[in-house]
Write a protein that binds this ligand. Structure first.
Ligand code: 5AD
Ligand code: SF4
Length: 444
């Protein structure tokens, strides 16, 4: 129960795991200031939108919601609506907010989230709006408090930014150049999380395989080496990581995943397209064949591994033949899960100025065809687990259906009957029936 005198906050997060992690930090700062999480954005005293700009439609969703808050801002003059995250690194978006949403009191970008506490103080005490967006990061972000969504698992940033400049992607422009955190800072943070009840961590970076952090002697440590050190931390039951770029996924990494029992057997390996020509235009630095070779190697070395991917349809210049190459790749690889995206033109990227943009109708049609292929070829993957007893981390209990939801090491979900006290624990579950991307199971 929230008492009437208590000040409340709501954080609304768009986008990826990195943003979800940032939102936990924003919540940590607000809780330190004595705020508690409110029921919704309309009734809360502080509302922060943590935005994403990877695809265009995110901005429509954001502005719809910000517009809706106008009335509550008029009624509560002390209410603070703030907007941060990737979209705020784009000058046009900041201009739009300045002009159209005068009641938004705080705007800040991705490079200064560690100054959030100060910005909130200023927004509370100053009459004018607080707008703090930096073009570049000053260094690696300072430590911040955080309030985890799940008490038993959390994300841990190992690096920030990206240097890859895939032709369609805005991330290098809004998140800046790649910066790796030092090994000690990462390990110390995980040890603190474990002391606080965490049993699963997810190491986060736009391209974790290019991690180059320093150890205390100043030596450069690679991602497989870091992952191995993290897996060996006492008390850590599960370690995940995201995202891997296929161009530099090494044999060492496969070995570390294979040889550490607590390293989850799931690799998210975005392929983006099945056409080597399009991959080249995308600046991805691998071919269809080299991608298939990596997948084969991973599956040979790591039994029961799940491989998931991202695919974009309608990249400029994508012909029917290129698209069919994507369909045939999906059929051939049989991914465990595929996140599908219609290409979205992002101003400032190389692809935005390419002349051969694909017609919207064609993109929609291909997107539907891809979905159908994904559905029929991934189903064939899940049947192999039926009848087996597998350890799962229980994540939640659905109040309406009364079932627990647990996650397998390879990231599949399973629903089963059980007591709420099991949430946050690892238990054995027999997998009984497949339903698309999850199982029905029975507690053993
Ligand atoms: N249009 C569509 N999808 C995109 N992604 C990144 N940029 C774009 C874009 N401009 C997708 C990629 C990436 C995922 C996080 O988002 O598939 O892997
Ligand atoms: Fe974007 Fe490519 Fe970097 Fe991923 S690797 S964040 S797709 S530029």
């Amino acid at each position: 129960m929230i008492s009437k005198s208590q000040k409340t906050y709501k954080i609304i997060t768009f986008g990826c795991q990195m943003n979800a992690r940032d939102s936990e930090k924003l919540a940590g700062v607000l809780e330190e200031k004595g705020y508690v999480e409110g029921i919704d954005d309309v009734s809360s005293d502080i509302v922060i939108f943590n935005t994403c700009t990877v695809r265009e439609n995110a901005s429509n969703r954001l502005y719809g919601r910000v517009g809706y808050l106008k009335k509550s801002c008029m009624e509560n003059k002390n209410k603070i609506v703030g907007i941060c995250g990737c979209m705020m690194q784009e000058k046009d978006e900041v201009e739009t907010i300045k002009k159209k949403y005068p009641y938004v009191k705080l705007i800040f970008g991705t490079h200064n989230i560690d100054e959030f506490s100060l910005y909130i103080d200023r927004a509370l005490s100053e009459d004018k709006r607080v707008i703090e967006v930096r073009d570049k990061a000053l260094g690696v972000e300072r430590d911040m408090p955080s309030k985890r969504v799940f008490p038993f698992k959390c994300g841990v940033n190992i690096m920030y930014g990206c240097d890859n400049f895939c032709a369609y992607c805005i991330v290098p422009y809004v998140r800046g150049r790649e910066r790796s955190r030092d090994v000690k800072a990462i390990i110390d943070e995980i040890k603190r999380d474990i002391a606080d009840g965490v049993i699963e961590v997810m190491l986060l970076g736009q391209n974790v395989n290019s991690y180059k952090g320093k150890d205390t002697d100043g030596n450069i440590v690679s991602f497989p080496d870091l992952l191995d050190r993290v897996c060996k931390i006492e008390g850590l039951k599960r370690v995940r990581f995201m995202t891997s770029h296929p161009k530099d996924l090494s044999d060492e990494l496969i070995k570390v995943v294979r040889d550490n029992e607590n390293c989850c057997k799931h690799i998210h390996l975005p392929v983006q397209s099945g056409s080597t020509h399009i991959l080249e235009m995308m600046n991805r630095h691998y071919t269809r064949d080299s991608y298939v070779d990596i997948v084969d190697k991973i599956r040979r070395e790591i039994p029961d591994v799940a491989i998931t991917t991202d695919i974009i349809v309608g990249f400029p210049g994508e012909s029917e033949d290129d698209f069919e190459a994507t369909l045939s790749l999906v059929k051939e690889v049989k991914f465990d899960s595929v996140f599908t995206f219609e290409y979205s033109k992002r101003t400032g990227t190389k692809a935005a100025s390419m002349e051969n943009q694909v017609d919207e109708k064609v993109v929609k049609d291909r997107f539907e065809r891809l979905l159908k292929e994904v559905e029929s070829s991934s189903r064939t993957n899940i049947d192999r687990y039926i009848g087996r007893v597998i350890d799962v981390l229980v994540e939640s209990k659905d109040r309406e259906k009364g079932k627990l939801t647990g996650r397998l090491s390879n990231n599949y979900l399973v629903h089963f009957d059980g007591d709420e006290s099991l949430v946050g624990k690892i238990v054995d579950v027999k997998l009984i029936k497949p339903f698309g991307f999850y199982f029905e199971g029975k507690l053993c």
